[in-house]
Design a protein around this ligand. Structure first.
Ligand SMILES: [Zn+2]
Length: 449
């Protein structure tokens, strides 16, 4: 009985994931198909002698149709096998030419398969002689900047369990390393770790930072959540003098968000206070002291209730920026139209208008929902219903209509989905740099390691 239930749950989950994927498309003789990752294990080896990083990833996946499987990894691939046989992996653009993927050149039948990929990477890796620092720094404002920047991953529509093994080898004089991550960390041996990340994670969820042990000052405490659970919190910082304020600010925002939206949605909270602006992960963030509360809010919307693609990411920044602005109300939006969520279905990053027009649209929804207790009550409902799941704009709209009894079709069409004729869209969103998520230079990112 239990076994049947487990099988049913797994297959429902698998179906749910692939139903959120973009539409498969023709590529030459074969069909390029999106697939459902079921289990992933990656081993990353950092060699202090030759300063190379090698990743070997084993992916178990299910295809729901015949075709050539798509996935992504930005660094070049050394070798790959599919079901034990060597395969070529090619680069391929989506039909709207807004992004690129990797495609296994072999054609497979529907069913379960195994893919192995070996790649090297050097992004955000810093060899310092006797130790190495490395982190999965990410961005949701440019294309292909999630986990795929380092190791093979699926797109945001897919939630799957990943185990990450990390080893530092080479010189016998290697210093002790330590890992900060939003998964369960086990020390296997000296400089040999395993991190098991939660099953609900998508490519944009992971936090990983390894460096020399005890390099950063830190503060740890247990947060007693409304759910009854005790949440372990670790805050580490580049500069010790920021720790005290970071702890105060964290406790303040956790109390605010739990009271307004609901219980903390992740098993733990890891905060690295460093740099300008910040980036959110699921139950983790790298953030400046100034952006800390904005980034923790993202653990509810962005990395708690998660987007399925670039067209859904606007909700995350709109909600967090609406909170930053002080939960405002607006009788009407102060802009005429946007296509924040009306772009190519293959788009993988968030439109920057989300911070401004998006936040203003949330203020408008707050006004429209005033009889129902305002937008915050609706967001609490979304958190209760969809936490640890990924959603589209259409799901948000459908829930909003069911919750309020109002029809928002015209509003979404005008303010969020826009019309295909809106000109110069690509240029208008590319220029603005939001202070919460500024684009950092390669040197700035390396300084954070
Ligand atoms: Zn943000």
């Amino acid at each position: 009985m239990k076994w049947i239930l487990v099988v049913l749950m797994v297959s429902t989950q698998a179906f749910a994931n692939i139903s959120k994927a973009p539409v498969s498309f023709n590529s030459g003789a074969n069909k390029a198909i999106f697939v459902d990752f079921t289990r992933v294990e990656t081993t990353i080896t950092y060699n202090l002698d030759n300063k190379k990083v090698l990743a070997e990833t084993h992916i178990e996946f299910t295809a729901s149709e015949k075709g050539s499987p798509l996935f992504d990894v930005v660094p070049s691939i050394k070798t790959a096998t599919l079901n034990g046989k060597h395969v070529k992996i090619t680069k391929i653009a989506d039909p709207s030419k807004i992004t690129e993927y990797r495609m296994v050149s072999a054609e497979i039948e529907a069913g379960s398969h195994k893919l192995m990929v070996r790649n090297e990477f050097d992004e955000n890796v810093d060899f310092k002689g006797s130790y190495v620092s490395s982190a999965f720094w990410m961005s949701d404002l440019t294309d292909r900047k999630y986990l795929e920047r380092y190791i093979p991953a699926n797109l945001e529509f897919d939630q799957y369990q990943m185990t990450l093994n990390v080893k530092v080898i080479g010189t016998k004089k290697a210093e002790l390393h330590e890992v900060f991550a939003n998964g369960i960390i086990t020390k296997n041996a000296l400089n040999d770790f395993t991190i098991v990340y939660p099953e609900y994670f998508t490519t944009s969820s992971y936090f990983f930072h390894m460096t020399k042990k005890d390099r950063f000052p830190r503060s740890t405490f247990n947060f007693q959540s409304n759910s009854g659970k005790v949440v372990p919190v670790i805050i580490y910082a580049k500069y010790a003098y920021e720790l005290k304020d970071a702890v105060k600010s964290t406790k303040e925002v956790l109390a605010e968000l739990e009271a307004k939206i609901g219980a903390w949605p992740h098993p733990s909270l890891t905060i690295y206070v460093a740099g300008r602006g910040g980036m959110e992960h699921s139950g983790a963030t790298i953030t400046s002291l100034w952006a800390l509360q904005h980034e923790i809010c993202h653990s509810y919307f962005a990395r708690g209730v998660m987007p399925i693609d670039g067209n859904s990411g606007w909700m995350d920044e709109a909600i967090a920026s609406w909170r930053d602005d002080g939960y405002k109300s607006a009788k009407l939006p102060n802009f005429s139209t946007t296509r924040m969520s009306g772009q190519s279905n293959y788009k993988r990053f968030t439109d920057r208008k989300a911070y401004t027009e998006g936040a203003n649209f949330m203020a408008y929804l707050n006004h429209k929902l005033s009889k129902q207790g305002g937008l915050i009550k609706f967001l609490a409902h979304m958190h209760n219903t969809y936490s640890q799941q990924n959603i589209s704009t259409q799901i948000f709209k459908k829930e909003l209509e069911m919750y309020s009894g109002m029809d928002f079709t015209a509003d979404f069409k005008k303010y969020i989905l826009g019309s295909k004729s809106e000109k110069n869209h690509k240029h208008s969103h590319a220029k603005k740099n939001n202070p919460y998520h500024p684009q950092l230079s390669a040197k700035e990112l390396k300084d954070l390691l």
